[in-house]
Design a binder for this molecule. Structure first.
Ligand code: SF4
Length: 380
């Protein structure tokens, strides 16, 4: 991928490309993806069409992060992925030091795909591992086993990738805390630079949501979360966002754009954008996307008042937290009502501060939704 020296004064942009194909739907997943592989060629062409169109519209921007997610990008195969990466390099100004991530699933990450991604500038891989126990993987409808995940990560290292993230899930049906911590420990033997650990959430419109299995109770989930934080802390990982842990220098720069209200452009069905103060999204409909009928929906200007609430919502997910000076400077508001709530949370060990920067503690992360609501409401 052709890259440009970033020191040009351009505005920075994160680029997200959605690949809406999966070999089989996992039982818990409500991300937009389909299993009809016959649409891959037409979809790749449509995505490249939009990469060209939006590349022109965003000519004043320098792209410093690219994230290809899904769905399962690796099931697109080396050929289509190469075409997409080439189009990105040809149509956008890509910063010399850009972070370029592709989400990988173990069963479709082969040597050809890895070599193609490496050749076209991909420098970060995010593997959906989810668990180290095959019985748990089967229960949630994953089509790979842990041995395949290990083999794929090891192959990626041999192909030259040095920045690897692994996704894990806790709170699975019948999963004990010990089993989940064992999954984390087994993943650590693969020497990842980054881990994302999410609690299973039952979505009503999924097979697992309809089945409604018994999940570990709230206390068990909370204990598991805190034990995981301690285990990863002992192994040198910085807990930099509620569900994300990184070795020094390996935070996800792309995801940080979402947590920092920076500009990002999302292409593909279901992809969201936040560009020049406006939010928009493409419909979750691949056929409409391919035919070009899918014009971005929900276009709206985000008011300063709403942005201030969003700033708090996203910043408080991170260990950097929300800086009251920054909030004042951005939105010209009094931060006194927020600080009042933070002081009350501090008394209960849920928040802490360094100077004007307030952040949630790990106990606070556990109940972040209610805390963030309380803080945002204080400004209304
Ligand atoms: S592979 Fe990922 S995107 Fe596809 S169904 Fe499973 S969880 Fe969802």
């Amino acid at each position: 991928m052709r890259k440009t020296n970033a020191a040009t004064g351009s505005k920075l942009l994160g680029l997200y490309l959605h690949i809406p194909f999966c070999v089989k739907k996992c039982a818990y997943c409500d991300f937009y993806s389909i299993t009809d592989a016959s649409l891959k060629a037409d979809y790749t062409a449509a995505l490249i069409r939009d990469i060209k169109a939006y590349g022109e519209r965003c000519s004043g921007y320098m792209v410093d992060t690219v994230y290809i997610g899904g769905g399962t990008p690796t099931c697109l195969g080396a050929g289509y992925l190469s075409e997409i990466l080439q189009a990105v390099g040809a149509c956008f100004a890509i910063a010399e030091n850009a972070e370029i991530t592709v989400e990988c699933n173990p069963e479709s990450t082969d040597q050809a795909v890895l070599e193609a991604m490496h050749k076209h500038g991909v420098n970060r891989l995010s593997f959906g591992v989810q668990a180290a126990h095959d019985i748990e993987l089967k229960r949630i409808g994953r089509i790979h086993d842990f041995a395949q995940a290990q083999a794929a990560v090891e192959l990626a290292r041999r192909c030259g990738f040095t920045n690897i993230s692994l996704d894990l899930m806790y709170g699975l049906p019948n999963q004990t805390q010990a089993q989940f911590l064992d999954s984390v420990t087994q993943c650590l033997t693969l020497h990842p630079q980054h881990l994302s650990c999410y609690g299973l959430k039952l979505e009503p419109a999924t097979p697992m949501g309809r089945e409604n299995p018994v999940l570990p109770d709230d206390d068990t989930q909370a204990d598991t979360y805190l034990a995981m934080c301690r285990l990863l802390g002992r192994n040198g990982f910085e807990h930099y966002e509620i569900s994300n842990f990184a070795k020094l220098g390996f935070r996800s720069r792309h995801n940080f754009k979402y947590w920092d209200l920076s500009d990002y452009l999302g292409l593909g069905p279901g992809a969201h954008s936040f560009l020049n103060g406006r939010r928009f999204a493409f419909a979750r409909d691949i056929r409409a996307y391919i035919s070009g009928e899918s014009i971005p929906q929900d276009e709206e200007e985000v008011s300063d008042f709403r942005r201030q609430g969003e700033y708090l919502m996203v910043r408080l997910r991170t260990s950097d937290g929300a800086d009251m000076h920054d909030l004042e400077n951005r939105y010209h508001v009094s931060t006194a009502p927020y600080e009042q709530v933070f002081r009350m949370l501090e008394k209960h060990g849920l928040a802490a501060h360094e100077g004007t920067r307030w952040y949630l503690t790990e106990q606070g992360f556990l109940v972040s939704n209610s805390i963030i609501n309380a803080v945002v409401e204080a400004g209304e």
